[in-house]
Ligand binder design. Structure first.
Ligand code: GLA
Length: 740
């Protein structure tokens, strides 16, 4: 079989992987070490042996064995181990049967296959007919430790994407080995002239873009909270200093995982950069008995030769085509109304039906009943784990409520927080040992709840049984799966002492198992993930749910930053975004209803307010807003996204675009943020159009301009007090350009 994008040069022992416009090269170097050769723009060459100097160690040539340590401390390694003289960050560290930590992986062989193998029990990108890929497996071995490692590299033919993962096997005759670190990827760069871009934040302000220059030593982003976290997203980009949205070389890394992670760039003594990514090794240990294997989750690597914007669009295309699955993958999502900010815990059947009745008149398509419908839950201090209906509130039962809502022409959706248990619950009373805990230690409370031990199948089975009863009892067409606290006192009553540190990862595998069961058994249900807002906005969740609640902050102006940051590596089609009431419940800000709608239409779109109580003027605007969303949603879901403004740098305005793949139309959105006195009107340069085509703005068909003029001169956006429809702060404007 011929694989056009993966080759092996027998003479130089060089492997070459070509993605669309990207080349990744590695080779078997002296001593049978797997060394990195090149990652960047596409090259025609299948070997770079004449320009590489792998034998140039600092003190002595390393082709002999006299100074192997300095050789190994400078050799660009593909999967570096701890203990053999490479003092940079390792990706693999073990505790051997004799208690020592050293391992030493040498090349054993390779295999090239078409397509992409799946990762056992874990989400990962996959090949599709219109977006194919091929996979290189390189096998390394450490004979004294009895370990074998398979490194998997998949190159996508039509995207600038290469993915990495690793499987570590105990092939010894009898001994157990402990992995104390098992990261997924290491990439070595021949320079330190990089900026590092990360997505940081907190509750209600997730994924703020931060950029800093790399310096000597280690720069780390991580999570040790048991989820990917509000604070640090499992994403890092390294880019040239000059790189911006449109120019410069950028390398993006995103971890397909929902638990503890680490991503670190290290500038070494010789001004090179080693980047590593994988499961956080804090409190990590994994016992590998004879014959067992451990799979390190997938890292997605995207290369862009034209700025951060192109990197983002590649991530978007990959995730929309090669990661998100299910019935809603390519479909517009129903326009929902969620009762959380409308009622919080204070609702009953009649209240929900009132909301549904009003919503149905306005064109809303689904009612989502949020937290508070189960057990005896009247506030956040009870009943998690008791997934049966709270009859006092849902008087008449769930089926009655759902039927009534369906009769009004609306679908029905429901909220669960399946991984949690309240101390005040029947579940906890019956099974206190099912909470994650360490015997003899007080359990830390957070939001008055504990985390269930999802490493245990019987726990998952029990929770799933309760969920199934609910799902089978009525016509439920959507689930919001929430997760509202981080882990503490991490211990399991079901694991032996030498496997306790496996719990963090076993927990995540348990979550995947249940999500897999749910989406397999209920393929028609639309699943939306959520974690105290956007603490689990990661690619792994996109494998199960085509959308994720972006943030509990629904203020349109705060959302500019949150959605901008999220779009750095996640598609807008996956961003849960709602129009909510004013003053905003998180920041107390008042913004125009129109702006709230324009900002929400960047994502999945919906409402999060009491539609029976909002001002009539706002209510009357809803049908028009919905019409606008329906018109532009195909562009948002399938088009190319271009960021134009940057509210992290200039808090006076923001703008962005969605351009059809065939460049036949484009949606431009502008938001006036904070006005400045004596500001002039501004020309904003559009992006992504065909320079040779002519376009008109939909409402002015006679005024045609070339794509070149629109992109290189720009369109004029009036100053804030101008009569052009923008009267002051927080106003928005959308313009639809159509090819003439
Ligand atoms: C989390 C979610 C909210 C809401 C509440 C309910 O905070 O992010 O949208 O569902 O839980 O308790």
């Amino acid at each position: 079989m011929i694989f056009i994008n993966i080759t092996f040069n027998e003479k130089t022992r060089t492997f070459k992987l070509d993605a669309k416009d990207t080349t990744y090269m590695l080779m078997v170097a002296d001593g049978e070490y797997l060394a990195h050769v090149y990652y960047g723009r596409k090259l025609p060459d299948d070997s770079l042996i004449s320009v590489m100097r792998f034998d140039e160690s600092p003190f002595t040539p390393a082709t002999n064995n006299r100074d192997r340590a300095s050789y190994l401390d400078t050799l660009p390694m593909e999967y570096p181990c701890f203990g053999i003289g490479d003092y940079r960050e390792p990706v693999l560290r073990i505790t051997a049967p004799d208690g020592t930590s050293t391992c030493d992986l040498r090349y054993k062989g390779y295999d090239i296959t078409s397509g992409k193998p799946s990762l056992e029990g874990m989400p990962a990108t996959f090949a599709t007919d219109d977006s194919p890929c091929n996979t290189l497996e390189i096998i390394l071995e450490d004979k004294p430790a009895g370990l074998e490692v398979s490194l998997f590299y998949t190159a996508f033919e039509k995207l600038d994407v290469i993915t990495r993962s690793a499987v570590i096997r105990n092939v010894s005759n009898d001994k157990s080995v402990y992995l104390t670190r098992a990261l997924s990827a290491c990439v070595e760069f021949d320079t330190h002239e990089f900026d590092m871009i990360t997505l940081n934040g907190s509750w209600a302000r997730e994924r703020a873009v931060e950029r800093c220059r790399l310096h000597h030593a280690k720069q780390l982003v991580d999570s040790c909270k048991g989820e990917s976290s509000h604070q640090n997203n499992p994403f890092v980009a390294l880019c040239e200093h000059k790189a911006d949205e449109d120019i410069g070389e950028v390398f993006g890394f995103n971890f397909v995982y929902s638990g503890n992670f680490m991503a670190q760039a290290e500038v070494t003594q010789h001004k090179k950069t080693r980047f590593v990514m994988g499961i956080n090794s804090i409190d990590f240990s994994w016992k590998l008995d004879k014959g067992e294997s451990f799979t390190a989750p997938e890292v997605v690597m995207v290369h862009s030769d034209s700025g951060i914007g192109k990197m983002s669009r590649t991530f978007h295309d990959l995730y929309r085509n090669n990661l998100i699955r299910g019935e809603y993958k390519d479909k517009r999502r129903p326009i929902l109304i969620n009762n959380w900010e409308a009622t919080y815990f204070d609702f009953n059947t009649d209240k929900l039906i009132d909301i549904a009745r009003e919503a149905s008149k306005l064109g809303i398509e689904m009612l989502v009943m949020d937290d508070g419908w189960f057990g005896h839950r009247d506030s956040d201090n009870s009943s998690l784990g008791d997934w049966f209906v709270y009859e006092k509130k849902i008087n008449g039962g769930l089926k009655h409520l759902v039927d009534e809502v369906n009769k009004l022409g609306l679908k029905f959706g429901i909220w669960f927080e399946p991984e949690m248990v309240s101390p005040d619950s029947e579940l906890y009373k019956a099974h206190p040992d099912w909470a994650i805990q360490i015997g003899g230690r007080e359990l830390t409370m957070s939001r008055e709840q504990y985390v269930l031990d999802y490493s245990r199948k019987e726990v998952r089975d029990y929770v799933y049984g309760m969920m199934k009863n609910i799902l089978d009892s009525a016509n439920i067409e959507y689930i919001k799966w929430d997760m509202n606290r981080q882990h503490t006192e991490v211990g399991s009553n079901a694991l032996p002492a030498d496997r306790q540190k496996e719990l963090w990862h076993r927990y995540v595998l348990g979550v995947y198992d249940l999500m897999d069961r749910l989406t397999t058994d209920y393929p028609h249900i639309l699943l939306e993930n959520c974690s105290g807002g956007g603490a689990r906005f990661d690619p792994a969740m996109l494998y199960y749910s085509p959308q994720i609640w972006c943030s509990d902050d629904t203020d349109a102006i705060e959302r500019l930053k949150i959605q901008h940051g999220t779009s750095v590596c996640y598609p807008c089609s996956a961003m849960g975004a709602h129009v909510s009431d004013c003053p905003n419940h998180t920041v107390g800000r008042n913004t125009p209803f129109e702006t709230r709608g324009d900002v929400a239409l960047v994502g999945t779109f919906g409402y999060e307010l009491d539609v029976t109580r909002i001002p009539e003027e706002d209510r009357n605007a809803i049908p028009g807003q919905i019409e606008k969303f329906k018109k532009y949603n195909p562009l948002v879901r399938t088009g190319d996204h271009y960021r134009i403004g940057n509210v992290f740098e200039d808090n006076t305005w923001d703008a962005w675009m969605f351009v059809a793949k065939d460049k036949s139309e484009a949606l431009f959105e502008f938001v006036q943020v904070l006005g400045r006195p004596n500001e002039r009107s501004r020309n904003i340069k559009l992006k992504g159009l065909d320079p040779d085509a002519y376009y008109y703005e939909e409402t002015k068909p006679d005024e045609k301009l070339s794509g070149a003029a629109l992109m290189y001169v720009g369109i004029n956006i009036a100053k804030m007090w101008n009569v052009d429809g923008l009267y002051g702060d927080f106003k928005s404007k959308t313009l639809h350009f159509v090819r003439a």
